[in-house]
Design a protein around this ligand. Structure first.
Ligand code: AMP
Length: 574
């Protein structure tokens, strides 16, 4: 039996979360009560109070043996009352560990629902005067791998775009994207990206938004355009798609969209792309684009200055918050500033509980969605339909407000991403904020930070923080001089941004050494991405890790590309 799933059809109905959550829990417990996993704690009961009393709060290692048994061919009901038909692979770039999560079509439907609700929120804010524009979105798919029992393993968005749900979506008749589905479904990332550009550029006058799921993909796409615009223009001029596009479904669909030679358009694009500086290139190539649609919170915040530069500060709309474990919610205020983005939890997706950050080991302090308090910090705990019960997500969120009655959260940082040399712990959020401060110094010398990550080098005493930075000149020169003074200042600004304990350890106790920035060659962060994707991840879901402490292979990728090293000149003031 498949559980019922009532869509909230309008944003205004995103309310009464308490009752919806109760119903969701009841449905999940009825579905899963007799699974081997839940039976251990509930003995076949689906009583909600017993669930809260007996079922432990867990992490991946606790449920991994059950998940692996299903992946290896045992029946779904080891862990899930509903049939498991596929596994989602999380990017796992936080700890370098890949995780897989069992799901079925219901996951896709719920994700589709959140995306639809999100686009409703966006369309309310961007009135196109009745005229329906198109979105130029760089979506792609990676063919699934398989579990030993033959079930597919894919990334969330790959599974979404390959699903019947996406294939048969109602909005398809409006050709909401500039690219046909064949381009999104092309298994070769480079061919897909090239064709996205061809389709988007020939329909440039209809494009109202440019997007990708995560900001990183968009920044990378613009880099790709830098290297390929001459060939793209030559294709537009002749009306023929390059020979190296060998995916025939994709090629045929794109050829139809090209619609024959268009030398006039090729001239216009050539002229824009020939400009030495690419400041505002998105707005120049796509003059009717009103906003950029991609996630820019959490790890993606580092790409905000770059996207601002390329788009002349078009509004950045950070859309949804989710994971392979569950979709969580959406941003109902798309025009808010990047630092104010909050996500409203959709109460009909999974059963959500929240563990206060300061729980001090007391698991009974966990609260329901309806009971979170404004301003407080929590880690979400998810019970989904597919076998995760009271599962800790590992993200830290802060309650920022309520939409109707439904809590809204700011993404703060991921729990286990910290740098630490001694007693101090510098969180992902603090590292991102420090980098944003240092970026301001870089701006003054016309440089852009294209990517960063860091680790705590404790191989020497005292240990110290090491930042890898990939830089680009704003003026478009690929070769540029690094000003030592500026770089040393950046080291100091980073250190000054850290908390008192860091500064004390560094200044008084001298147990932390001078912070180091290692500037890496251009393309180094693409190599890092390729390394992580080679482990099984998907480019569309890739998030540059803010810290790479735990992966010596990833460190080696960057270490081979170091061009220059700079150190802070003196300890930061207290
Ligand atoms: P994955 O399972 O690979 O899809 O990764 C899920 C993780 O990505 C989440 O737990 C978050 O840490 C991060 N993430 C997803 N959406 C957002 C968002 N909107 N803002 C910040 N981080 C996000």
């Amino acid at each position: 039996m498949s559980p019922s799933f009532n869509l909230i059809l309008d944003l205004e109905e995103l309310t009464s979360n308490e009752q919806i959550q109760e119903d969701i829990l009841e449905e999940i417990l009825t579905l899963n009560a007799n699974t081997e996993y839940l039976h251990r704690f509930l003995h076949g009961s689906s009583d909600k109070e017993l669930f809260k009393k007996n079922v432990p709060v867990v992490t991946y290692d606790d449920v991994k043996p059950y998940i692996e048994r299903v992946a290896n061919g045992e029946p779904s009901d080891v862990i899930s009352g509903g049939a498991i038909t596929m596994f989602l692979r999380s990017t796992g770039t936080s700890g370098g560990k890949q995780k897989i999560f069992p799901v079925n079509d219901m996951y896709i439907k719920k994700l589709g629902y959140v995306i639809a609700l999100q686009s409703l929120a966006v369309s309310k804010h961007f009135d196109s005067g009745g005229e329906k524009g198109k979105a130029m979105e760089f979506h792609c798919t990676k063919p699934p791998s398989a579990t030993p029992s033959g079930l597919p393993i894919t990334a969330v968005f790959s599974s979404f775009f390959m699903s019947d749900y996406f294939k048969n979506r109602p909005s398809k008749c409006n050709s909401e994207y500039t690219s046909p589905d064949q381009v999104i479904l092309c298994p070769d990332y480079k061919q897909s990206l090239y064709c996205h550009f061809l389709c988007g550029l020939v329909q440039r006058d209809e494009v109202v938004s440019v997007g990708a799921t995560f900001a990183y993909v968009l920044v990378r796409a613009i880099d790709f355009l830098k290297n390929n615009w001459k060939e793209l223009c030559s294709n537009i001029r002749s009306g023929h798609v390059s020979e190296w596009i060998t995916d025939l479904n994709c090629k045929n669909a794109v050829t139809t969209i090209l619609g024959g030679p268009n030398p006039k358009l090729a001239d216009v694009i050539e002229q824009e792309c020939s400009n030495k500086s690419w400041e505002g290139i998105i707005s120049q190539l796509l003059p009717k684009a009103k906003y950029i649609d991609c996630i820019i919170t959490g790890q993606m915040a580092q790409y905000i200055p770059t996207l601002d530069f390329y788009s002349n500060k078009l509004p950045l709309v950070s859309t949804t918050y989710g994971s392979s474990e569950s979709t969580f919610g959406m941003n109902v205020d798309p025009l808010c500033k990047p630092q104010d983005v909050s996500y409203t939890f959709a109460p009909n997706i999974s059963y959500f509980e929240f563990l206060p950050v300061d729980h001090e080991g007391d698991m009974t302090s966990i609260v329901d969605l309806a009971d979170v308090k404004l301003g407080c910090y929590y880690e979400p705990v998810v019970t989904n339909y597919f076998g995760l019960h009271r599962y800790l997500i590992g993200d830290i969120l802060q309650v920022t407000g309520f939409y109707n009655n439904t809590p809204q959260f700011r993404f703060v940082h991921r729990k286990n991403v910290v740098l630490s040399v001694k007693s101090e712990t510098t969180t992902e959020d603090e590292l991102l904020k420090a980098s944003a401060h240092a970026t301001v110094v870089l701006e003054s010398s016309n440089l852009m930070l294209m990517g960063f990550t860091c680790y705590a080098d404790i191989s020497t005493f005292p240990g110290h923080y090491v930042f890898y930075w990939e830089l680009k000149a704003k003026g478009g020169n690929d070769v540029f001089e690094l000003d030592k003074k500026v770089m040393v200042k950046c080291c100091s600004v980073l250190e000054e941004s850290f908390d008192e304990l860091y500064r004390r350890n560094r200044s008084e106790d001298r147990t932390i050494g001078a912070l180091e920035i290692r500037v890496v060659q251009q393309g180094a962060f693409d190599s890092l991405m390729e390394y992580f994707v080679s482990l099984g991840g998907s480019i569309a879901q890739y998030k540059t890790p803010v810290c790479i402490n735990s992966s010596s292979e990833a460190l080696a990728v960057l270490e081979n590309k170091v061009l220059a090293r700079f150190y802070s000149a003196k300890p930061p003031p207290l």
